[in-house]
Every structure is written in structure tokens, then in C-alpha cells.
Design a protein around this ligand. Structure first.
Ligand code: ATP
Ligand code: MG
Length: 402
């Protein structure tokens, strides 16, 4: 197995000092699958103070949980002491953690068999729970009794579904039964953590697996209006006039686009409410909201209409919107081409589609004798609309007379 030089160096340094050390978890899983790991985690028998003493640059990331970040070439690597999690108190966090000198104990606390393997050049793969076999067969299976593992930490329920979507794996039967049974414990998981998992799921190659969130009864615990978005797997069952399910792997993997695709049957207001409750960032919320409110509006192949749409959003957003409308069947590919060509012309000609490039400003209106107040904004909006109709009218002379 190939591991980055920096990881090799860290493991080597720890081993030379007499400790055990391994790459562990997601990075081992991803490397075995031929995927590029997002980050490399190292597990070691050394205590945090001992780790800190061995490396020049370290950060105390979670000392009480045994985690020290080692910096190598400005990259951070989390080095965590072998650990046994104590009693879980709130369905999410262990009351305490205990360090151990035994690798197997550390692997036992991990969520799924495919995430519970360790590797070092010295030892090779350490696989105590059949992770290799499950990786080969494409199966998500809890380490130990699924019901207990989900009861300890309900976030694992969502992780199971998210990994199934990312890897295209099936959830093993007993693990799946426990997902359904323990789903109500998701009330213990913070909205933000839920959102991170769902965003990963939506951005994955199998976003349709959002269906599992509905089938297993999890949807009710996600957010207030979440269930109203509807199970994406149930779509298109009746009548071919309905837009086809376009949460396909080829579709743009952008976060706002994927959320909008999933929430599109709701209105902009509900979309905003759900995404706010799930603590998504404001930029994503406003982009998703725009897509949800524009994806199935009439958009005739007319320059004024296209300028109006373009004036409501930035250029990148408008391109996403056209892609979205085409994928959802709102516009045919021919209609999309026509709209694209019109947008292209509008951009090439530099038509004014924003107050920023309107030839008149609020200051100009005041200089011309208008009183400061809300009517200034209204006047500017009417001027912009005039210019969207007739771009050649974007001159100070014309608009002040207008
Ligand atoms: P990715 O980084 O792609 O999200 P990952 O498996 O690396 O996936 P991390 O959150 O980075 O996930 O966690 C690293 C490892 O820590 C996991 O592979 C797993 O062994 C363990 N782990 C993480 N979260 C949990 C959890 N909630 N319960 C049990 N073990 C966990
Ligand atoms: Mg990881």
C-alpha cells in the first residue's frame, strides 16, 4: 500500500522511539479502494505528550481525546493515541475516554468494518473485523452489535447512509435493521452534523440514496419541513409529464445545486427555512433558494426575459440555472441552447443587467432634485427595467428624462 511520505515519516519517527503507529480508518479504506483520501489519520500507542515531544511542530487539537496534529510541510496529520471510549451519555458523546496500549481496542471503537483497518509498512494491513472482505463485497457493516453502536452514537446512522452513497455500497441487513430502529435517536445529533452528512450524501455519486433517509424514518428528525421535500426515490412513478429524477451522478456536484435539486418541489421560503435550520452558509442558502424559485418558471426565448433572469443572479448562477432547467426537463436541450445563445449575446454586447452598471445612480437622482427616501430605489428599479427592455436607453440623458 502506498502512503504519503509525510505519513511514512511520522509513523517511522514514532516506531523508532519505541511506539506503535499506523495509518488508520478512512485513509486505509480509500487507498484500498483506489480513491484519494481526504486526510490521513494516524493511530499510536504513544500518549499525546510523547507525540508532542517527538515532533517540531504540533497543535493541540483534542488533547483530552488524545489527538495531536503534527505539521509536516504545512500539512496537518492527526495523530491520536489508542483509545477506548467510555460510557456514552447523550446518544452522541462518550462521557470519558481511556488510553490503551492495545491497537485492537482502538479499532473496536470505530464505526464500520471498512473504517476499522490499520496499516503500517512494518505490519501490513491489520484487519480484525473482516473489513477487507466487506470492502470487496461492497458492504457497510457495524463493528460489533449494530444496535449498540448506533445507540452509543446516533451520528453513525447517517454515516452509514452517507458511506453507502459515496461508495455505492449496500448496508448489511442487521446494520440496516438497527438504522431503522435507532433512527429516533437522531434528536441527539446537532443540526450541523446532520447537514454535513447529508451534504456529503447529496454530493456523492449516488445522491438518490437520499431515499434511505426517508425509507428508514430519519427524515422526520432532520428539520421541521424536511419531510415535505419528498422522497427522491418515489418520483416519476406516476405519469411521464412529471420531471424525471435528475439527481444523477453526472449532474453538477456543487453544494447549492445538489440541495436545490433535492428541495426543488418546495418554494423558496421553505428552502431557506430548511437550509437555515441545518446551518448551511448564507451563500449556499441564497443560491439554492434562487434555483428553487427559478427552475420551473416560464423563461421565454426573449432577450428582455433573459436579461431579467440574469439581473436576478450572478453569471455563474445563471449558467447553473440553465443546466438545472435542462436536466429537470423544464427546458428541452434546444430551448437551453437558444437561451444560452441569447445570454452569450447579452454578455458580449455588455447590456446593462444590474444597478451597478445603470447610467444613473441614486446620487444623480438627488442632484436632479429628488428627495432622499425609498422612492429613489423604486425609480432606479423602474429605470433598470426600462434598460432591460431597451439596452440602448442606458444613458444619463435618456433615463433622467424617463
Ligand atoms: P471521510 O473523511 O471521507 O468523511 P472517514 O471514515 O475518514 O471518512 P472521519 O470522520 O475522517 O471519517 O473519521 C476517521 C475515522 O474515525 C473513521 O474512518 C472511523 O474509523 C472513525 N470514526 C469517525 N467518526 C466516528 C464515529 N462517529 N463513530 C465511530 N468511529 C468513528
Ligand atoms: Mg477522514
Amino acid at each position: 500500500m502506498e502512503i504519503p511520505q509525510a505519513v511514512e515519516r511520522i509513523i517511522d519517527t514514532l516506531e523508532t522511539a519505541g511506539f506503535e503507529a499506523y495509518a488508520v480508518g478512512g485513509c486505509v479504506r480509500d487507498t484500498l479502494l483506489g480513491r484519494t483520501p481526504e486526510d490521513w489519520d494516524i493511530t499510536t500507542s504513544a500518549r499525546p505528550e510523547q507525540v508532542k515531544a517527538l515532533f517540531r511542530r504540533t497543535i493541540d487539537t483534542g488533547i483530552q481525546h488524545g489527538t495531536v496534529t503534527v505539521l509536516e510541510n504545512r500539512q496537518g496529520y492527526e495523530v491520536t493515541t489508542y483509545r477506548i471510549d467510555g460510557e456514552y451519555e447523550d446518544g452522541r458523546h462518550p462521557k470519558s475516554v481511556e488510553f490503551t496500549a492495545n491497537l485492537t481496542e482502538d479499532l473496536k471503537r470505530r464505526d464500520f468494518t471498512i473504517n476499522a483497518m490499520a496499516y503500517s509498512h512494518k505490519t501490513g494491513i491489520v484487519d480484525e473485523f473482516g473489513g477487507m472482505e466487506d470492502l470487496k463485497r461492497g458492504i457497510i457493516r457495524c463493528v460489533g452489535r449494530a444496535e449498540d453502536r448506533f445507540t452509543e452514537d446516533a451520528l453513525r446512522i447517517l454515516r452509514a447512509i452517507r458511506f453507502s452513497a459515496q461508495l455505492g455500497f449496500d448496508i448489511e441487513e442487521e446494520t440496516m435493521a438497527a438504522v431503522r430502529q435507532i433512527a429516533p435517536n437522531l434528536v441527539h445529533v446537532s443540526k450541523e452534523r446532520i447537514q454535513v452528512e447529508l451534504t456529503k450524501l447529496l454530493k456523492s455519486p449516488h445522491p438518490q440514496r437520499m431515499s434511505l433517509v426517508f425509507e428508514t424514518g430519519i427524515a422526520a428528525y432532520v428539520s421541521d419541513h424536511f419531510a415535505e421535500a419528498g422522497d427522491p426515490g418515489m418520483e416519476g412513478s406516476g405519469g411521464s409529464s412529471r420531471p424525471r429524477n435528475f439527481l444523477t451522478p453526472e449532474f453538477s456536484p456543487e453544494k447549492a445545486v445538489r440541495w436545490a435539486a433535492f428541495l426543488r418541489r418546495l418554494d423558496g421560503g421553505k428552502t431557506e427555512q430548511i437550509l437555515k435550520e441545518l446551518k448551511l452558509d448564507n451563500d449556499t442558502i441564497s443560491r439554492a433558494k434562487l434555483l428553487v424559485s427559478w427552475w420551473n418558471r416560464p423563461l421565454p426565448p426573449d432577450k428582455y426575459e433573459v436579461r431579467k433572469a440574469m439581473s436576478a443572479m450572478d453569471a455563474q448562477m445563471f449558467d447553473s440555472l440553465l443546466e438545472f432547467r435542462c436536466a429537470s426537463g423544464t427546458d428541452t436541450p434546444e430551448e437551453t441552447e437558444t437561451l444560452k445563445a441569447l445570454a452569450e449575446e447579452i454578455r458580449r454586447d455588455g447590456d446593462c443587467i444590474s444597478l451597478k452598471t445603470l447610467a444613473v445612480t441614486g446620487r444623480d437622482l438627488i442632484a436632479a432634485g429628488e428627495k432622499p427616501g425609498p422612492q429613489i430605489g423604486e425609480r432606479l428599479a423602474r429605470m433598470l427595467d426600462e434598460v432591460l427592455k431597451n439596452p440602448e436607453h442606458n444613458t444619463k440623458e435618456y433615463l433622467l428624462r424617463f
